[in-house]
Design a protein around this ligand. Structure first.
Ligand SMILES: [Ca+2]
Length: 543
């Protein structure tokens, strides 16, 4: 029988051994890098200085781009929020997940020939999310900001995150960017600005976890509408606009439905915009809407610079804590810039006095906007820092997409890929190291819905090499562009290159079959005598 003394001795010996074993294991395993994923909402491809904006100032991101890797041809998996976010968390195309539209999704209207395809209302629990994978590898996981992948009990806390700030799962801030925010688990005082407060909390999280590996998902509500900048920055851009305001081009152009029976040419659209019937900001005759052409919105400019400040504060915190050489930092956006207004209710009219609240930016030279399959809807900034592995200041035109982040992060932290979880992603780690790009046949988009930011038919797209084919489901129209020669998608090659069209179309159809993509179904309430939304006549000119 053991004496009390020997039991105590044994416990002491055991606990000391456990302590030394743990310390040895710690010393033998190199510290895994931390991961910061900084995801901005609705930030357009040209909304940063390092991507060509001359109006918005983003010094922290510009410096980061100079020191790390900048992707010129990066894409979001969808032109609206939730599908892209689902692809980031799972490494799967939204079509494979049946999460192809924003949550909860668009209403049905009788002028639409199809019903929107049915979507899941939350991220499926069968998925091993990026956060769950990192948790398995010993990471603390913090979610700060926008989720938009389902309500509780399918929020971030049920999908692998230890911490969620604020406790709010929707796709927009509850009460705007100025305090009071009316958000659980995010306190505020008068004068607080949401992006700043979220950043405060994210920095606290970094401090609290500085001695262990962590995954910080800082998913800002910014720069999604409501378009409300911080007052000091708004004043700065008001002054800047006054100094340099010389409009180079018309403030808006028209875009129509490429799938219409007689789809309008660019010259026809440019002529129509001068007609009285096409005045105003609402759904215009022949399914046209207006697209903003200038980056001159001072409220939006303030939001972009403030978001850049937030990024700069995160980088500075990592440096101050000595973590910057052991932290992977990824910056991207979930879809293109909102240069078209939201006509989720087609009878909505945006008064001329409220343009800046409804049209945030210009995506030029890219065509289209958030809500469109043109490049303006899906091409986004992507910057990656992999400490010690990044070729300083490199720029790559290797196409990348948001499904790639999952396998890229696994490879960069030295953990094995999970090919059955992220079948639609390829690791970009080699590209970041400056090696040969990963083999990939094509990138795909699938949107079996009508869009709030345009009146085009539901459709899909494929990019293979330099070519991109867009296909629309009401009349099966296609458009073919060579992005290398025509990034603005102005020269439709569909009729001159029928072989290319057939090749890409059959690949797109085969992909749809492979991923089990849902197609829109006939709308029983469709009224064929009114095949398009008929807007109210333009009001008579005043004065
Ligand atoms: Ca978005």
């Amino acid at each position: 029988m053991l004496s009390v003394k020997s039991v105590v001795k044994n416990i002491l010996f055991l606990s000391t051994s456990v302590f030394f074993a743990a310390a040895l294991a710690h010393a033998a395993t190199p510290q895994k890098p931390n991961v910061v994923l900084f995801l901005v909402d609705d930030l357009g491809w040209r909304d940063l200085g390092c991507y060509g904006s001359s109006f918005y100032e983003t010094p922290n991101l510009d410096r980061f781009a100079r020191e790390n890797v900048r992707f010129t041809d990066a894409y979001s998996a969808c032109h609206v929020c939730s599908p892209t976010r689902a692809s980031v968390m799972t490494g799967k195309y939204p079509a494979r997940l049946q999460m192809t539209d924003w949550l909860p999704g668009r209403r049905e209207y009788p002028f639409q020939r199809f019903k929107n395809a049915t979507i899941l209302q939350h991220l499926p629990f069968a998925e091993t999310t990026l956060a769950e994978a990192l948790k398995e590898h010993g990471y603390a996981t913090g979610h700060f900001g926008k989720w938009h992948l389902g309500e509780d009990p399918s929020g971030p806390l049920q999908h692998g995150f230890d911490v969620q700030v604020p406790r709010w799962n929707k796709g927009w801030p509850n009460a705007g960017y100025h305090a009071p925010f009316r958000l659980d688990a995010l306190s505020d005082t008068t004068g607080d600005y949401l992006t700043d407060r979220l950043t405060d909390e994210a920095l606290k999280y970094i401090e609290q976890n500085k001695d262990r590996r962590f995954f910080l998902y800082l998913s800002h509500f910014a720069v999604h509408d409501p378009i409300q900048g911080r007052a000091d920055l708004v004043a700065k851009y008001q002054a800047k606009l006054k100094r340099g305001a010389t409009a180079q081009r018309p403030p808006f152009i028209l875009e129509g439905n490429p799938d219409a029976q007689h789809a309008p040419t660019r010259a026809q659209l440019d002529a129509r915009i001068k007609e009285d019937a096409y005045r105003g900001y609402h759904v215009l005759p022949k399914q046209t809407v207006k697209i903003k052409q200038e980056q001159d919105n001072v409220q939006f400019a303030a939001m972009v610079e403030n978001m850049d400040e937030s990024f700069g504060r995160v980088i500075a915190k990592l440096e101050a804590l000595g973590l910057s050489e052991n932290t992977i930092v990824i910056f991207t956006s979930d879809n293109g810039g909102m240069s078209a207004a939201n006509f989720g209710r087609p009878d909505r009219v945006v008064p001329a006095t409220a343009l800046d609240a409804n049209f945030s930016t210009s995506n030029l030279p890219l065509r289209g906007a958030k809500g469109w399959l043109y490049e303006g809807g899906i091409r986004v900034p992507l910057l990656i820092k992999w400490p010690g592995r990044t070729a300083r200041g490199s720029v790559t035109n290797v196409p990348a997409i948001s499904t790639d982040l999952y396998p890229s992060i696994l490879e960069m932290i030295g953990e094995p890929a999970r090919p059955s979880q992220h079948p639609d992603g390829v690791s970009l780690a080699g590209v970041v190291r400056g090696e040969t790009p990963p083999a990939r046949e094509a990138l795909y988009w699938h949107f079996p819905h009508y869009s709030n930011h345009g009146m085009q038919s539901p459709g899909a797209a494929i990019r293979a090499g330099d070519f991109k084919l867009l296909e629309y489901f009401e009349n099966n129209s296609v458009q073919l562009f060579n992005l290398r020669e025509d990034v603005s998608e102005q020269r439709d090659l569909a009729s001159s290159q029928p072989g290319k069209v057939e090749q890409l179309r059959s690949r797109l159809h085969a992909w749809r079959k492979e991923v089990g993509a849902q197609m829109p179904t006939p709308n029983p309430d469709y009224d064929p005598s009114r095949p398009e939304y008929i807007p109210p006549p333009a009001k008579a000119k005043k004065g």
